[in-house]
Structures are given as C-alpha cells and as structure tokens.
Design a binder for this molecule. Sequence first.
Ligand code: XMP
Length: 510
Amino acid sequence: MILIIDFGSQFNQLIARRVRECRVYCQIAPPTITADEVRALAPQGIILSGGPSSIYEKNSPKADAEIFKLGIPVLGICYGMQLMIHSLGGEVESAGKAEYGFAELGITAKNGLFKGLKAKSTQCWMSHGDSPKTLPPGFDIIGSTENTEIAAIANAAEKFYGFQFHPEVEHTPDGKKMIRNFLFDVCGCKRTWTMKSFARDQIEEIRETVGDKKVILGLSGGVDSSVTALLIHRAIGKNLTCIFVDNGLLRKDEAKQLKIRLKQHLDINIRFVSASARFLKALSKVASPERKRKIIGKVFMDVFEEEAKKIRDAEFLAQGTLYPDIIESMSAFGGPTSVIKSHHNVGGLPKNMKLKLIEPLKYLFKDEVRLLGEELGLDEDLVWRQPFPGPGLAIRVLGEVTRPRLSVLREADAVLLEEIRKSGYYRKLWQSFAVLLPIKSVGVMGDKRTYENILAIRAVTSRDAMTADWAKLPHSLLGIISNRIINEVKGVNRVVYDISSKPPATIEWE
Ligand code: XMP
C-alpha cells in the first residue's frame, strides 16, 4: 500500500489514480496523520502531494517530521518536496519569479526514478512559487530546468526522492514511468490491486462486520448502488433488503425496466415503492431549483424511512459512497465553500434512524466501480449506465414540474437516448439528456403557426463531473435528434444544443 499525504493539491486524486493504474493500492491521508498512525498502516511508500501553500506561511500544513525516520521510502512532489527539504535541514526560498507550465528537465541520473528514460532531457510540468535553495545532507540534484536548478533530488541511501514538477499530470509524459519506478523499484510494491482481490476482501469484511444482522440499502438503479447491492448480497444473501423508491421522476420506462433487470440479474430482496403521487403533490407550484431539491430529498427520506421501519431488526444501512466524496469531505484545504446545489443522493442516512453505516465502495473511483460490477457479473447495461441525479427529471423540467411537462420531457429524452445509443456515443459521454425549457417559441408546421416548448440537449464529456466539456457531437447526429424530436414529440417545436462547459456552467441546468 502507498500512502499519499494530501497538502491540498488540485492533483491529489490524480496521484491516486496513477498509483492504482499500476495496480497498487493507495490511500490518501490528511497532513495531520502522525508517524505512529503511518507506522500502523505500514505503507510500502509515502507520497507527499503538492499544495497551494508556502512552507514559510504561518499556517501552512506540515507533516509529522518523524515520518522520515520510519525507514519508509518517500517521494515529495512540489510542496511535498519543499516540505521534505525543510524538515530534513535544507532551505527553500521564494523563487522571485513563479514557474508555471512546460519546462525541459535535464537529467543527470539514468537510474532510480529516471530508470528507462532514454533522452538526456524530458518535458515536465511546473507549477510553483517557491524553490529549494540548499539541500539537506545526503541529497543530490538529479534533474534541473532552466529556471530551477534543484528540480529533482534523491537521497538513494534513505530512498527519499523529490520532484519540483508534477509527474502525475499528462503534461509530464515520462511521469508515469517515474511513478512506476518509485512504486516497483524503490518501494518494492507488487501488482496485487485487482477488482477480484478487492471483491474477495470486501465480501469477507462485510461478513465479519455484519454477522447475522440485517442490512438495508437504497437502490437507485445506478451503477454505484447496484454494485453495492451485489457485493453485500454475495456476503450475506437474504439478510440484505433493498428499497427502490419510484418517485415518478425517472426516465421513460426506467422504473419498469429496472424492476425487470434488477430482479433478473440480482437475486435479491427488493421492495419497490410507488410514490410518484406523493412526490408530485409536494412539488406542485414549486419553481425554485433549490426548493425542488429540498422537497425531493425530504419526501425521499420520509418514504424510505417508512419502508425501512417495516424491516425488523435492521442494524446497518449500506451506501454506495465513492472515494472522491470521501476525499472532498476530508480535505482540509480548498473544496467548495458555498453550496452550488444541494445534492441529494438516494440512500442518504436519515438522521434519526439508529443504523450503522457500511460503505463498501468508499475507496473506489467510478471507473473502478464499473470494473468491480463487471467482475461481479452485473448486467452490462447497468455497469455502463450514465449517472442520473437523485432529483431526476424534476431538475430537467425547468420551472414548475407537472405531469404533462414531465411527459413531454420523457418522450423527447427517450428519442435522444435512442439515437445516442445507436450512434455508439453513449459510453463515450459522461451524460446525455434533454431539458425542457420554461419558454415557448413560434414555429410553422404544415403551414400552420405553432407556439410550443423549446427543448435543450445536453451532452458532456467528463472524468469525474467536477469539470466537464460539452460534447462535440457530429452535426449530422444532432440533426437526426432534432428532426425526430420535433416530428415525434407533441409539444416541442424547437431544439437547441447546449455548448457550455463546466465551469462556469454546471452539468444540470438546475
Ligand atoms: P452539476 O449539475 O452540479 O452535476 O454539474 C454534477 C453531477 O452530479 C449530478 N447531480 C446529482 N446527483 N443528486 C445526485 O445524485 C443530485 O442532487 C444531483 N445534482 C446533480 C449530475 O447529474 C452530474 O453528474
């Protein structure tokens, strides 16, 4: 296992991804972790991440200096390297001029972390204000750029390495090789992190934790909750009960299809609760996006809780929380400070339910969850399902949510999805969906004036939904979608394509 200590770098998740791509398990810890806690985790190596602070700022995060005495190899990146230098007796200074962007790294060593690099220099990505001035005893410079003499350092005897640049980003093309060298040559890691081994360990752990007690899970039909269900079911069988709430805000035929598919592929206790009328009543005359979200969250909790109470002796509530959620809530630095949207997730823990939480996916990234789903034999359609928000179509019918408007959106959205699937784009996109706008426009159909709804199409690519780009769908495909929707869906006479990225827009319109 590799331990990544997070000093607030925007790239810390990327470091974790790089390590896991090498099939080595890693965990991210805050800087407050003590040397004793590190020793107890027994990592084979430590990576100190970058971060926005300067070592000499009063409240800048520091690591417990004792971690350098544990005999564990350390790789410091950017701020992490400066911290290592500072902790071991070297000096760091404000560079005078900050260095951002590409730089050519001249390499003086062809071994250690640079093993296998052929040329005398390689491109690297810099992003720093401070620079190292003097090195602690035992360290050598192994790489320099034009502006930064001390750009890569090594104390081979202690197995301490430092890079002023970022090996984890794509702009450092040899970075993956350097990280691999650290993991396998320096730390002696083995490629043991596979979804097969993860599933085996988790099933064992769930069995131990839960024993013969009962577990409840909110099933949304998305990949995270389906994989959680499958994993827990493998561990405890019939002692797992899933609750699926049909809120009337799902896509066309989705509740029906999910019911068939879930029953077919997951031989699990599932309680289906039809609560459309309740949700729609609560949403009547509400147009504000935040109020809609709050209402849906509240009604969901009420329905879920009522159903959960019927399951006697339940002691645990399972959730499909993923690693990025954990990292975000843990990070002491950065992170969103203002509520952009109050996200509501199926399966959130009702506060007054005295249930213990189990979150078996909490160390996985989304793509790993998909691999795990495949490993567990989950239906391909469920494994590759695009994310769908908890509040569903209510935040895609802009303004008041009514049955007729939901129905128009549902039909248009179904046509869109059919064409996206047919074109082979479904898996390439993070999400693709239709949005019904609260304005009308004039059109002409069969020589007659029409005055109907405008529908927007949203299709984005993304790695993690934190940022997203509008998808460059072929004009021909957009043309087919628009023609079909205007011809087939009563109530729509104009289709527009959303060409905004996130930020500054968000993926959903509300
Ligand atoms: P935004 O619109 O904030 O969305 O860019 C980012 C991602 O989150 C999804 N989303 C939600 N998911 N409950 C959810 O479970 C919610 O309330 C919610 N709101 C947005 C959105 O579909 C996108 O994938």
